[in-house]
Design a protein around this ligand. Structure first.
Ligand code: PRP
Ligand code: URA
Length: 210
């Protein structure tokens, strides 16, 4: 099965992304916009959630309407930068459980190094949305997906704000069943594994480090 790449080129997302890209955008605005974009992208990434009929008595009449069928969701941010997307998602899905995977990219090898993990006990029964603003080489995303597979998770989606073609190819090759939701796909990676033109180091810009 080939995964789908959902490129969400909605004008609101494109507008907000152009502000993230701007090197003059400060920490406060950058952080707020990452959260807003995550919420907007969540709308599309949850489009296939199942619904069930329920009977509701309005002040006027009784009718059959639809509510979410109780599918269990979890979101899993890849630390650090993925944390910036959590609150935006939780505004729309407040009862989602949250697991954390700590990975950083070794600056020399560009390989992901794991340093933390804490998952909800029933993660294997949940549909999981993995959150990370950046999909560059794809090393961190593929490691996170494999990690969740080892936990028994069967249904996963990957949500990134910005991707490089190399990262998409890597996820498609290693995990062809995982759909990718992204606001834009840039041109390429540079020699340091940064997305070009990109937005810089997402973690540093969200947390004001550097
Ligand atoms: C960034 C980003 C991704 C990873 C993407 O994290 O948030 O997790 O790089 O690169 P890849 O696709 O080549 O693996 P980073 O390692 O800088 O850690 P941070 O979030 O703690 O800043
Ligand atoms: N991680 C980032 O934060 N930015 C990039 O461009 C690549 C990896």
């Amino acid at each position: 099965m080939n995964n789908k790449v959902h490129i969400m080129d909605h004008p609101l997302l494109q507008h907000k992304l152009s502000i993230l890209r701007d090197e003059a955008t400060g920490v406060k605005e950058f952080r707020e916009i990452v959260g807003e974009m995550a919420a907007l992208m969540c709308y599309e990434a949850t489009r296939d959630l199942p619904l069930a009929d329920v009977e509701v008595k309005t002040p006027v009449a009784t009718g059959t309407f639809r509510r979410l069928a109780g599918k269990k969701l979890a979101i899993v941010p890849i630390l650090r930068a993925g944390l910036g997307m959590v609150d935006g998602i939780l505004t729309l899905i407040p009862s989602a459980k949250v697991g954390h995977i700590g990975l950083y990219r070794d600056p020399n090898t560009l390989e992901p190094v794991e340093y933390y993990c804490k998952m909800p006990g029933d993660i294997a029964e949940r549909e999981v949305i993995i959150l990370d603003p950046m999909l560059a080489t794809g090393g961190s995303a593929t490691a996170a997906i494999q990690f969740l597979k080892n936990y028994g998770v069967k249904n996963m989606k990957l949500m990134n704000i910005l991707a490089a073609p190399e990262g998409i190819d890597r996820v498609q090759k290693d995990h062809p069943e995982v759909d990718i939701y992204v606001a834009a796909v840039d041109e390429k990676l540079n020699d340091h594994g940064y997305i070009v033109p990109g937005l810089g180091d997402a973690g540093d810009r969200i947390f004001g480090t550097k």
